[in-house]
Design a protein around this ligand. Structure first.
Ligand code: FAD
Length: 485
């Protein structure tokens, strides 16, 4: 048990009154991230304003063995920024400076608390933008994006966060200040930039990010294709890419998502369609016109019942508004929903959607599908009511089965939302015990005392044994010394 008064006293020497929260009522807003089914009060929330303060906070926590959980905007969906009850929450919210824009080299240096969309807004005057666009981009921070390797609608063509950053500055728990990557497009040595991207606040605190910028495409058009069978829409996704077109975005919404989004933001979606695909083509005017025609043809051949090309920018924005508001729109359908995030090979979309529908019927729970279809990145949203005894547990079980099936067809348990606490049990199925041991070794190399975001992302081998998902090779039980339950 940590000595809370002693810790607060020590932190108060580093931080001003308004930068250090420790009363219950002040801590309450920080008790969860966007996975609100789990809530924990931290001992304190530190909201530093400069690097020196972060260093001193880390040094204090290191010396006192106090866990530290970094928090960006708290929009994470896997509980990554869920506080530790014996630790402090380190908010990076005040680090929101765009330090430099190099329009010539198409890069910008930003602090971790800068909102994703704010980067594109700041560089728009140079005809540039930052490509990865999570649907939460008006709120989420670039530091959180790096820590989760966030994706978004346009990542099919332009890549994930990891493909759009070149350099990081980070602080390790024991006080090292590291610069990872470099200003050139390639860097020597092991690819630590990739290792840090998606590390979920487990290895270091990200304090500065150099992002790549792209020229705003001259033209962009979106097709909305309707289908009377969701499996046919799933197959159409593969057909488009197999024929050599890489859309800027290729998103699928099922009937429940269509209705929810349309009722919410009046996006102009057809309520009678079993599914729609939003297929965006961008590039030069000639490129867009050529590919648009080809995509339209492929969609028709693949069984689309209706095709609508947004007639102007306003309608294009309206079509996307529905997709971007789909999560909050689904939030209006039931008291709670649980958002899953599996990724599968594209050609498995129809098969996996069928299994999701069977599991939904078996559990008697509605599952709404709205996802980055081009990437095969599913987001089944399981509706439930946490007030009903046992419903959260049942929902987790159903979600777990969906993720297990994603792994079974050659996919992964996470696409862009991270593991956090949400998918920690599924890690035991995705990776064998040797691999998990290696993950722990990497964690220890960066954070010997295990103080950064403990209990997240990498399960202990005991946990896998308890969960019953430990990989057994040729009948040999790994780690027989561990107690089984
Ligand atoms: C409506 C909605 C839509 C969403 N759509 C998408 C989507 O399309 N694509 C997508 O990828 N995600 C999406 N998300 C999930 C979420 O927005 C992303 O995971 C985002 O990257 C989280 O950023 P954040 O600033 O809110 O981070 P937080 O939630 O605060 O933290 C996330 C993780 O990053 C760590 N972290 C944060 N800052 C730092 C730092 N400076 N140094 C080290 N670790 C840090 C935290 O410890 C935590 O583990 C969506 C969420 C919502 C609510």
């Amino acid at each position: 048990m940590n000595d809370k008064p002693g810790l607060i006293k020590q932190l108060a020497r580093i931080l001003d009154d308004d930068q250090l929260l420790h009363r219950q009522e002040d801590l309450k807003p920080y008790e969860c991230d966007a996975l609100s089914a789990y809530q924990i009060m931290p001992l304190a929330v530190a909201i530093p304003e400069n690097i020196e303060q972060i260093k001193q906070i880390l040094a204090t926590c290191y010396e006192r063995n106090v866990p530290v959980v970094a928090r960006g905007a708290g929009t994470g969906l896997s509980g990554g920024a869920l506080p530790h009850e014996e630790g402090i929450l380190l908010s990076l919210a005040k680090f929101k400076k765009i330090i430099a824009i190099d329009a010539e080299n198409h890069t910008a240096v930003v602090q971790p608390g800068v909102r994703n969309l704010a980067i594109s807004e700041a560089v728009k005057e140079f005809g540039l933008y930052y490509a990865p666009d999570p649907s939460s981009q008006i709120a989420c921070s670039i530091g959180g994006n790096v820590a989760e390797n966030a994706g978004g609608v346009h990542c099919l063509k332009y890549g994930l966060t990891v493909h759009n950053i070149i350099k990081l500055k980070v602080l390790t728990m024991d006080g090292d200040e590291l610069s990872i990557g470099c200003d050139a497009l390639d860097s020597p040595g092991y690819d630590l930039l990739a290792l840090l991207t998606g590390s979920e606040g487990m290895l270091a605190i990200i304090t500065e990010i150099t992002v790549k910028l792209l020229p705003i495409p001259a033209a962009a058009k979106v097709i909305m294709a309707s289908f009377d069978d969701i499996a046919v829409a799933g197959q159409a996704v593969s057909d488009i890419i197999a024929k050599g077109i890489i859309p800027a975005g290729l998103e699928l919404m099922d009937n429940a998502a269509i209705k929810a989004a349309d009722d919410f933001v009046h996006a102009g979606y057809p309520h009678d369609a079993a599914a729609i695909l939003l297929c965006e083509i961008d590039g030069s005017v000639e490129e867009v016109n050529d590919q648009l025609g080809r995509a339209e043809e492929i969609l028709k051949q693949s069984g689309a019942t209706q095709i609508q090309i947004a007639r102007d920018e306003a309608q294009r924005a309206q079509f996307w508004a529905g997709r971007k508001a789909a999560f909050p729109a689904v939030g209006r359908l039931s008291p709670d929903y649980y958002c899953m995030d599996g990724t599968i090979p594209r050609h498995q979309i129809a098969n996996v959607l069928k299994t999701i529908s069977e599991l939904s019927a078996e559990y008697g729970q509605t599952v709404v599908n709205v996802f980055h279809a081009g990437d095969g990145n599913l987001h089944p949203l399981i509706l439930f009511d946490a007030n009903n005894e046992g419903e959260l547990k049942r929902t987790e079980e159903l979600g777990g089965k969906i993720l297990d099936f994603c792994v079974e067809v050659g996919g992964t348990i996470t696409g862009e939302h991270g593991v956090g606490i949400e998918k920690i049990n599924q890690m035991c199925g995705q990776f064998n015990s040797d691999e998990i041991t290696q993950f722990h070794a990497i964690k220890t190399a960066f954070d010997e005392k295990g103080l950064l975001n403990p209990g997240k992302n990498i399960p202990t081998l005991q946990r896998c044994a308890e969960f019953g998902a430990m990989h057994v090779h040729h009948g040999e039980l790994p780690h027989p010394e561990l107690e089984r339950f």
